[in-house]
Design a protein around this ligand. Structure first.
Ligand code: NA7
Length: 544
C-alpha cells in the first residue's frame, strides 16, 4: 500500500499493517517477535484475554503437556532458556502458561496484541494485493500478509447430543475450562471422552467427586507418564546444551531428543530382545515406547507385538475383569491414535465410586434434565464434563471466513479435505500462511520445534519478499497437488489411517476422512523447506 493509500485507509477508519497474525499462542508469539525484528508493522488478534493459546484455554484439572518440558520450550533465545527453570519432567498447564506470560513480558509482545478479539473474516483483494481482516469487535484492518497461528487443537467441540440444552446441571468442556476452576466435591459427575484430556482429568475429578461415571467410546492405549520433579543437575545441564539440542531435535523425525528410535525391525530381533526393548521404554515413560523398533508404525505384525505388550501392562493394573474388557483397546494399532500418558488413570477404575460405560456398545442417546442416557439407561449426574476433543487442524482456520482470489472460499476449497503446499500455503490464497498447517508434521511432532521451523521459514520468506520488491507469494496448483498426493502416499504406507482418529477427521461426523499431518518426519520435512527456499521458493509463484 502506498503512503497515500495508507492515509486514505486511515481516514476511512481502516488501519493498515504489513502483517496480521491470528492467535497468540506459542506460534503467534514467536511470529510476532520475528516479524517486528524485520521492521514490519504487525497486529496480532487473539480471542482470549491473555497469551497462551492451547495453554490459555485448557485449564482442566490435570492438564499437562505430553512432551517433556525441557523440550517443550522455545529454542530461539539463549536468554530465555537460561532464565526459565522448569520444575517437572512434564510441565502442568499453569507452569506452561506462566512461561508464556514470562516470554510475552520479556519480549514486550502485548503492545502489538489485541486481546478478547476473534477474527471473523479475511478477504483478499487482487487489485490492491491486500487482505482485509475483520473481527467480532468491529475492527477492519488491511494487511499485506495474513498468518494463521490458530493452533491445531483449538476449536473445542461438544458433540451434537440431543437434549444437551435441557440439562439442568453444570456442563464444561475441557478445552474451554473456567478460569476460576470447578469444585466437584460431593457431586455426581459424568465425563464423556477418554482421549488425553479425559485420561488426565478423570483421576483428579475422581478424587473430589461423590460418584464418577466415565463414558468411553474408544478404549485408548495409555502408558505411564513417569512424571517426576526435575533435579537441579538436569536443569543446569539442559541450559548448557539447549540450543544445540534444539538443532539436534530438528534433525529427528519427531522433533524430540529425549529418546532415540531403534532402527532394527521387529523380525530382526529375538523375542527376548524385543521384550527387553519394550519393557525398558515402557518403564521410561512417554512416547519412547513407539521407538522400540523400526517398523512399529509400519506393519500390523510388528505393531501387534507392541500392542499385546501394552495391553498386558494395562491389564495388570485393573482389578475387575469386566472393566478390563471395556478399558483394553482392541480396535486399532498402538500409536495410531495419540497415545495417552497415564498418571493413575487405570487405577482410578479400581475405586468403588467410579464406573465406566461403554458407549461404543451403547451410544449416548440423549442428555436429559438430570443425566445421560446410554443403552436405554439414564445415568443421573450433577455435572457433565465434555472431554470430547476438537475440530482438529482445520477447525480454527476454517472458523475464519477466508476468501482468496476470485472470490474463492477456503471452506469450499477444503470441502473434501485440506489442500496445502507444505502445510504453509494454499493455491488461490496469496500471502496467506498457516503455521503448522495440515500437510506439515505438526501434531505428529514436538509442536514447538515445528512452530519454530515454520516461523523461521516464513520470516525468511517475508524478508525475501519485502526486500526483493515481490508483491505476493502463492502456492502453484501443481505444487500443491503433488504435495497433497505425497502426504497421502506417505500416510498410506503407515498404519495411521487404520484408526478413527482426529488425525483423520474421524471424530467429527461428516468431516472428510483425510490423514492431515505429514508423516515423513520433521527432519525430512525441514530439508524440503530448505530446498524450496534455496530454489527461490520453488512451487510458489512470486509476483512483482
Ligand atoms: P480427543 O483425543 O479427540 O478425545 C476426545 C474423546 O471424546 C475421545 O475419547 C472420543 O472418542 C470422545 N468422543 C468424541 N465424540 C464423542 C461422542 N459423540 N460420543 C462419545 N464419545 C465421544 O481430545 P482430547 O482433548 O482428549 O485430546 C486432544 C489432544 O490434546 C491429544 O491427542 C493430545 O495431543 C493433546 P473417539 O476416540 O473419537 O471414539
Amino acid at each position: 500500500m502506498t503512503r497515500e493509500e495508507n492515509s486514505a485507509a486511515q481516514a476511512n477508519g481502516t488501519a493498515h499493517f504489513d502483517a496480521v497474525i491470528v492467535g497468540a499462542g506459542f506460534a503467534g508469539m514467536y511470529m510476532l517477535h520475528r516479524l517486528r525484528a524485520l521492521g514490519l508493522s504487525v497486529r496480532v488478534f487473539e480471542t482470549g484475554d491473555g497469551v497462551g493459546g492451547t495453554w490459555y484455554w485448557n485449564r482442566y484439572p490435570g492438564a499437562r503437556c505430553d512432551v517433556e518440558s525441557l523440550e517443550y520450550q522455545y529454542g530461539f533465545s539463549d536468554d530465555i532458556q537460561r532464565e526459565w527453570n522448569w520444575t517437572e519432567r512434564y510441565a502442568a498447564q499453569p507452569e506452561i502458561l506462566r512461561y508464556q506470560n514470562y516470554v510475552a513480558d520479556k519480549l514486550n509482545l502485548r503492545k502489538d496484541i489485541q486481546f478478547s478479539t476473534r477474527v471473523t473474516s479475511a478477504d483478499y483483494d487482487a487489485r490492491s494485493g491486500e487482505w482485509t481482516v475483520e473481527t467480532d469487535r468491529g475492527d477492519r484492518v488491511q494487511t499485506r500478509f495474513c498468518i494463521m497461528a490458530t493452533g491445531c487443537l483449538s476449536a473445542a467441540r461438544v458433540p451434537d447430543f440431543p437434549g444437551v440444552e435441557d440439562f439442568d446441571g453444570e456442563t464444561y468442556h475441557t478445552g474451554a475450562w473456567p478460569h476460576e476452576g470447578v469444585d466437584f466435591t460431593g457431586k455426581r459427575v459424568g465425563v464423556i471422552g477418554t482421549g488425553s484430556s479425559g485420561v488426565q482429568s478423570i483421576p483428579i475429578i475422581a478424587e473430589q467427586a461423590k460418584h464418577l461415571t466415565v463414558f468411553q467410546r474408544t478404549a485408548n492405549f495409555t502408558l505411564p507418564a513417569g512424571n517426576r520433579p526435575l533435579s537441579k543437575e538436569e536443569i543446569t545441564a539442559s541450559k548448557e546444551t539447549l540450543l544445540t539440542d534444539r538443532q539436534h531435535a530438528r534433525e529427528t523425525a519427531g522433533g524430540l531428543i529425549c529418546f532415540e528410535y531403534n532402527e532394527a525391525l521387529a523380525e530382526e530381533m529375538t523375542p527376548e530382545a524385543r521384550e527387553k526393548e519394550l519393557r525398558e521404554r515402557w518403564t521410561q515413560g512417554g512416547f519412547a515406547f513407539l521407538g522400540s523398533y523400526g517398523d512399529i508404525m509400519a506393519t500390523k505384525e510388528a505393531n501387534d507385538i507392541a500392542a499385546d505388550f501394552a495391553r498386558a501392562q494395562m491389564r495388570s493394573v485393573i482389578k475387575d475383569p469386566a472393566i478390563v474388557d471395556i478399558l483394553l483397546p482392541d480396535d486399532h494399532p498402538v500409536g495410531v491414535k495419540r497415545l495417552c500418558l497415564d498418571t493413575h488413570y487405570l487405577e482410578t477404575f479400581n475405586l468403588p465410586h467410579v464406573d465406566i460405560v461403554d458407549v461404543r456398545a451403547n451410544p449416548i442417546e440423549r442428555i436429559t434434565k438430570s443425566g445421560i442416557v446410554s443403552g436405554g439407561r439414564e445415568y443421573e449426574v450433577d455435572v457433565i464434563v465434555f472431554a470430547t476433543g476438537f475440530d482438529a487442524m482445520t477447525g480454527a482456520i476454517l472458523g475464519v471466513d477466508i476468501t482468496g482470489r476470485d472470490g474463492m472460499k477456503l471452506r469450499d476449497k477444503w470441502a473434501a479435505g485440506p489442500r496445502t503446499y507444505l502445510g504453509l500455503g494454499s493455491a488461490g490464497f496469496p500471502n496467506l500462511f498457516f503455521i503448522t498447517g495440515p500437510g506439515s508434521p505438526s501434531v505428529l511432532s514436538n509442536m514447538i520445534v515445528s512452530i519454530e521451523q515454520h516461523v523461521d521459514w516464513i520470516t525468511d520468506c517475508l524478508s525475501r519478499l519485502t526486500s526483493g520488491n515481490v508483491r505476493s507469494i502463492e502456492a502453484t496448483p501443481d505444487a500443491e497437488d503433488e504435495w497433497v498426493a505425497h502426504v497421502n502416499e506417505l500416510a498410506s504406507e503407515t498404519l495411521y489411517p487404520q484408526a478413527n482418529s482426529w488425525y483423520m477427521g474421524a471424530n467429527i461426523p461428516g468431516k472428510p476422512r483425510v490423514f492431515m499431518p505429514y508423516t515423513g518426519g520433521v527432519n525430512v520435512y525441514g530439508e524440503k523447506l530448505a530446498e524450496v527456499a534455496a530454489a527461490d521458493y520453488e512451487g510458489f509463484r512470486l509476483d512483482a
